[in-house]
Design a protein around this ligand. Structure first.
Ligand code: AMP
Length: 278
């Protein structure tokens, strides 16, 4: 497994792999890897010959008051985990390699980047699409794998690929959860013991919505109210609870099979997201 820090070197290695007829796969991450990330790596490994994992805490997707500086990092542990998964190349650039002095070009999926997570994180998705496009341009992967934990992110990236005629195939992997149901996240590390216990309510409220739908609930407002009260009872501060069309992210008037139920909730200063489809 090679560790590459420079774009030029990455490009050279990829060109050589392509010359040898290799199908290239990419899994973009911010590191501090957990089983959720590794499930995507395994999925990608099965579908390509030359697997690239990027580890880059992308400054462009963090707002000024967000956790860029304290975002957890552990490169040597990440490298050990990725070696076990038979990853071919890890790309771990410095911020100044990805955003050279005077960088001023961004790509944005304009409307969908304002919805849901975008409402409270206005530059977030612009940062995500910009860095992902830069990775796609350098690596030109045949496929790239994203987790449905960040459901809106995956929808926005698919939209960028379609709108900009990119040739990469986007594959999504399932949400991996802790034993009690909390979705795995590098940010779970920030939670106190009590917050960690309370945070299971996110999964429980999503499970409740699925069950209520099966039992006949169709009114999205009733669903939001009940989920909000469950979450507030556990000291969660709601950023949003959205019941939307899973392809267009538009709010639904009536719950249907396939409706996306997505939420973002603060426990203390830690903002967690999760989702399910009905
Ligand atoms: P991050 O390092 O948080 O930027 O995540 C990198 C990729 O891993 C994204 O595509 C995420 O959606 C995905 N991911 C994060 N957590 C999980 C999880 N619990 N299950 C599945 N995929 C995940």
């Amino acid at each position: 497994m090679r560790l590459v820090k420079r774009i030029a070197q990455l490009r050279k290695t990829i060109i050589s792999a392509k010359r040898r007829g290799k199908k290239i796969g990419l899994v973009p991450t911010m590191g501090y890897l957990h089983e959720g990330h590794l499930s995507l790596v395994r999925l990608a490994r099965r579908k390509c010959d030359f697997l690239v994992v990027s580890i880059f805490v992308n400054p462009a997707q963090f707002g000024a008051k967000e956790d860029l500086k304290k975002y957890p990092r552990d490169l040597s542990r990440d490298l050990k985990l990725l070696k076990k998964e038979k990853v071919d190349l890890v790309f771990n650039p410095l911020a100044r390699e990805m955003y050279r002095d005077g960088h001023q070009t961004y790509v944005e999926v304009v409307d969908w980047s304002k919805l849901m997570c975008g409402a409270s994180r206005p530059i977030h998705f612009r940062g995500v699409t910009t860095v992902v496009l830069k990775l796609f341009n350098t690596i030109e992967p045949d496929l790239a794998v994203f987790g449905s934990k960040d459901y809106q992110q995956a929808v926005i990236i698919k939209k960028m690929v379609k709108d900009l005629d990119l040739r990469v195939k986007i594959v999504t992997g399932k949400i991996v959860r802790e034993k009690d149901g909390l979705a795995m996240s590098s940010r779970n590390k920030y939670l106190s013991k009590v917050q960690r216990k309370n945070a299971v309510v996110l999964y429980n409220s999503l499970k409740w919505s699925r069950r209520a739908y099966i039992e006949g609930l169709r009114d999205p407002k009733l669903a939001v109210n009940k989920m909000a009260s469950m979450i507030k009872e556990k000291q969660g501060k709601i950023d949003y609870i959205a019941l939307v069309d899973k392809n267009t992210l538009e709010p639904v008037k009536k719950l249907r099979k396939g409706t996306l139920v997505a939420l973002a909730v603060f426990f203390g200063k830690t903002r967690l997201i999760d989702n399910t489809t009905l």
